[in-house]
Write a protein that binds this ligand. Structure first.
Ligand code: FES
Length: 490
């Protein structure tokens, strides 16, 4: 194995995929059909260790879910997951050691062959001395081989990769080329949603067949029975339900993804109010929970229409990530309309809220990994928050900067979220502003970024400030097709 997928390479090196892609764009590492050579990876990240590693720590966190729940009489009881992980680490260390010795032994065999060739060309009277010299040389080489305790970097990396393969399988989607990891005992569908991808599905519980996909290579395991029947012919062709199977080995799957907003169906879901949080006398945050079998499929930055039991409706930007489609966040500002009045008067926990959608065209350009600038103006933070959370989950954007200019009295009510992201990610910056003037915002952005032309902009907020910001950016030389806007109110 000489090449690794980008995701695997990032895991092994302990860096994000965005970091690897940045180095690829700079020409520091070459790619071949989306993969990188092991030698190139080791050149950039020579410190590959089997222990003390973030990726392995993460696998520890999922260890309790990674095992089948056994316990019926007569079945084998597996050791504690921690014991298993520790044994796997031991086996990996041994594997690294053996691989290293094998590699060195192969080199030695080549050298022996070359020496014997040279000896065979000597005159007969010199043969005894030449053979004696070869025997002495060979003894020294054997001693050196035995004393070399540390496995070489390449063997360490391959052994570590073996361990990670045991803990998490990589799934590559055809034709998009997107890939993600299936960890623990989660389904392929759940893992794809967590990774921010948009595979087709409906019930998520084995009834509708909408998640049917074809396995082109690798092995899957059915982790739940399903009512939907896959015909024998399709079974023979490799079709499975991604909501009912997990990955045993690395997989290549042929499955359609929603890549444009038009690819997503309009959905109507009978959901319920999980939480109503009063952020200020004029602003409420709603968390709407969908049934377990019916998550809302939407793209980050889109909107949904909420209908209350009393018939009041409102279309609102979704403020949460599609990777958590069961819990939808919305902000509702106090206004004169019936929906806002009803929400601010107070809603009953658990009351029915019908969610219809998605709608809206402000979505992340996922094939554009250049640095992104997100500009939230006032309540425009809702779709921007969704976009940023999605950007974090897909880990493809080189770097991103959030500017949030608001003059509402409750201030930057999501400032803690912004600061937490800033602390956790070294490619994210957060600048809260209290200005309301486009000139001030532009001055700050220009001071932070030398050249604006290479950036991608996402702007959301009330219509007039959004249009002013758009015009200012165009005046500064940013191409209009690099700017996406969303007017959250007129
Ligand atoms: S989503 Fe309905 S069967 Fe899988």
């Amino acid at each position: 194995m000489d090449y690794l997928s980008l995701s695997r390479a990032a895991r092994l090196a302990g860096v994000t995929r965005a970091e690897l892609q940045r180095r690829i764009r700079r020409g520091e590492i070459a790619t071949f059909e989306g993969s990188v050579a092991i030698g190139d990876l080791l050149r950039l990240y020579p410190r590959v260790s089997l222990t003390d590693d973030a990726a392995l720590e993460r696998t520890e966190r999922i260890k309790s879910d990674a095992l089948p729940k056994l316990g019926h009489a007569g079945e084998t009881t597996l050791p504690d997951p921690r014991v298993l992980l520790s044994r796997l680490r031991g086996l990996s260390a041994t594997l690294a050691d053996r691989m290293s010795h094998l590699e060195a032994a192969n080199v030695l065999l080549d050298q022996i062959g070359a020496r014997l060739d040279a000896v065979s060309r000597r005159p007969p009277e010199q043969l005894p001395d030449a053979l004696q010299a070869t025997r002495d040389w060979l003894r020294t080489q054997r001693e050196r081989l035995d004393s070399e305790a540390a496995p070489d970097q390449r063997a360490q990396l391959l052994a570590k990769d073996t361990l990670l393969r045991l803990m998490a399988a990589n799934v590559k989607l055809i034709p998009s080329g997107h890939d993600f990891f299936v960890e623990g005992n989660e389904t392929i569908l759940d893992a794809s949603v967590r990774a921010g991808l948009k595979l087709g599905y409906g019930c998520a519980s084995g009834n509708c067949g909408n998640c049917k996909a074809r396995v082109l290579s690798g092995e899957t395991w059915k982790i739940r029975d399903h009512d939907y029947v896959i015909g024998e012919r399709e079974k023979a062709m490799g079709y499975i339900l991604t909501c009912s199977h997990t990955a045993v080995t690395d997989l290549v799957i042929e499955a359609a993804e929603a890549l444009r907003v038009e690819d997503l169906p309009r959905q109507e879901i009978r959901a319920s109010l999980r939480k109503l949080e009063r952020l200020s006398p004029d602003l409420v945050a709603l968390t709407i929970q969908t049934p377990r079998t019916q998550t809302l499929r939407f793209m980050a930055g889109q909107r949904a229409t909420l209908a209350l039991e009393g018939g009041q409706t409102q279309e609102l930007p979704i403020a949460s990530c599609p990777c958590n489609g069961r819990h939808l966040w919305f902000y509702v500002r106090r206004r004169a309309d019936a929906f806002s009045q009803a929400v601010h008067a107070g809603l009953r926990h658990g009351q029915l809220v019908t969610v219809t959608g998605p709608s809206g065209r402000l979505v992340l350009k996922e094939d554009a990994p250049e640095p992104a600038v997100f500009i939230a103006l006032g309540d425009g933070i809702a779709p921007i928050k969704s976009l940023i959370e999605h950007a974090v989950s897909i880990d493809l954007i080189e770097s991103f900067h959030l500017y949030w200019d608001t003059q509402h009295p409750e201030g930057h009510h999501q400032a803690r979220w912004g600061r937490a992201l800033k602390d956790a990610l070294d490619n994210f910056s957060f600048t809260p502003l209290v200005s309301g003037r486009t000139e001030d915002l532009m001055a700050v952005i220009r001071a932070d970024h030398e050249a604006l032309e290479g950036l991608r902009f996402y702007i959301a907020g009330p219509a007039i400030p959004v249009q002013r910001t758009l015009a200012s950016l165009c005046d500064l030389g940013v191409a209009p097709d690099r700017i996406s806007t969303e007017e959250t109110e007129s």
